[in-house]
Design a binder for this molecule. Sequence first.
Ligand SMILES: *Cc1c(COP(=O)(O)O)cnc(C)c1O
Length: 406
Amino acid sequence: MSDLLPSAGMAYQGADAQGFFGPYGGSFVPETVVPALQELTAAFEARDESFERELAGLLRDYVGRPTPLYRADNLAAAVGLGRVYLKREDLAHTGAHKINNTLGQCLLAKRMGKKRVIAETGAGQHGVATATTCALLGLECAVFMGVEDIRRQALNVYKMRLLGAEVVPVEEGGGTLADAVTAALRHWVERVEDTFYCIGSAVGPHPYPTMVRTFQSVIGEETIAQIAEKGIGRVDAVVACIGGGSNAIGTFYPFVVGVPQADRPLLVGAEAAGMGLDTDRTGASMTLGTPGVMHGFYSYLLQDDAGNPLEAYSISAGLDYPGVGPEHAYFKDEGIVRYEAVTDAEALAAFAQLTRLEGIIPAIESSHALALLPRLAAELGTEATVVVTVSGRGDKDIDIVREAGL
Ligand SMILES: *Cc1c(COP(=O)(O)O)cnc(C)c1O
């Protein structure tokens, strides 16, 4: 494991051939899925110039990339920082970063000759992004969704159906995201010949965490280029929120591999503390979890004594996943990224602040990252420059915010 350490003087290489980031990741799946994962790994590694060109063209003209790096002076003054820059994933088509990944995976599905794409969804954001991409690329689409989430996210269910996707209700468990992943994995085992499983975050068995990180790294790559273009100079910290960890790994990874450790900004991930770390209503798998296997990979996990995943909670449906991507688990142990937990109340306050001061309504997920700004001001001082990835827009959250009494 020490040969992966940047501090050992070698560049960080990501996962090994079996998909392990140190002890984390890997591929813990039934025999029947192994050939499908191998086929997927081969197709992913065989990406050629024409694939990259097609993806880059769609990211530019369909998604609207590069997304802006916006200097938020009103917010900076209010939180007590020198400068705050927002990486505006909320301006990407469908309103969040998820489309970066679904385009990459669905283009791959097409190259592999698959006619049908399945996906899991919690709040419906990944389901909508996948259904959108399948409509564009002429692929059949089925989205697995817990019955409780179907009830809570009626608008996204309707959108997916409009886009031509089938929404498959999942009755098992609590009827939420973790149950939808389990059902989608089970279905994939039965239909691997013609079906591609498009996972929505940097989780799951190898090669998914690496593949999703690769497609989301456009966020961090653009950010680094924009920092140079704008002559921003020193950046003290870069912040992103963590559900499964895809927008955060896509933001952080280019800094980890592209910026020498001595010059690298502090990288900080914001996970959901929910009602608080001292309650059982939380999604803080990095802060409170222990290593275990779920959904085909080994990582930090909120689990009971028998190793069963606990029901995660957050006011934000995109962050209430009981696990976290394995590369984040590795980054935590190695001190490459710092992880902090943010409560519902702190996220709601940050949501209100950005909305009122900058006229930008962020997703409640993204608000968890914004909530770290006052803490960073206290730590780094009033001259510091901080970049925050705003992973999505908050239109989808208006009802929740209204119910919370904002
Ligand atoms: C899904 C989602 C997240 C959480 O997912 P990650 O994989 O951790 O990025 C965060 N923000 C928004 C807007 C989302 O839709």
